[in-house]
Design a protein around this ligand. Sequence first.
Ligand SMILES: [Zn+2]
Length: 305
Amino acid sequence: MAIKHGELVLVGLRELDKVVSDGTVWRQAGDLSYLSFPSLEGDDLFHAFFSRRGGVSREPFASLNLGLHVGDGAEEVLTNRRLALDVAGAPLPSLVAGQQVHGTRIHRVTRAEAGRGGRSAADAIPETDGLVTDVPGLVLASFAADCAVIVALDRRRRVIGLAHAGWRGTLGGIAAKLVEGMRDLGAEPDQIEAVINPSLGPCCMEVGGEVIKEAETKLPGLVADPAEGVFWRKLRRSGGHQGEGSKYLFNLWAVNQAILEGAGLSPVRIRVAGLCTYCGDSSLLYSYRREGGRCGRHGVLLRLA
Ligand SMILES: [Zn+2]
């Protein structure tokens, strides 16, 4: 299987509203810019992956840091969240976030939970990396700076969901659990559109041999032929044999894509931004690894109209 992503050419800020790949577009809203997938756009849905530009946070969080738990000032983060929510056409009390723990739990969000995790991380949905809902007006949110955020929609059944997927959540199968959570709300897997937002790419996601061992154990069907090199590739400089010290490049995008297909999604309904946070434009993208663990978080917002 091939990795489906467009050739991405970043353009200057003034030109951000132009299409930059075959699957995504950067939109400009005031000083903010966000990545959008035209395949998901419509009057019935708002979705966005916000770049780091246009916010009020200072270095090392500059500037549109939307994560509350990274050492940035709460006041700055709440101002940034309001700026992003203005673009989404929703107030802060409509935002719902999970306490992302690199787990695989999916939570069905009800209207009564509006605002959980919006002003404070303390009341976010506990130990939850994925959210699903069919309630219009709620803004599902996920925050990341290298981990993938998968966004999904069944337009006909009006069910949405998102999941935060680093390698741990990915190998735990959070993408399949997201589909399961949406199915419980009436979504049909073969009707679900899913996208994988900018995150560590196969160019830069270095992992140790223990991650590959875990992948082989947890996803045996997926990795029948690891030699194919689609899901991971051994780094040449790590020596000639597969030992404890070996390093690999892991393809988070292709693995999640394969898991989504395994959960019943049509390959043509899965899109990958194809933009790596690590080697992409650092004035546009945070990268936890590139910035040594001290940086802001991109916000991914998703709302049914
Ligand atoms: Zn890269």
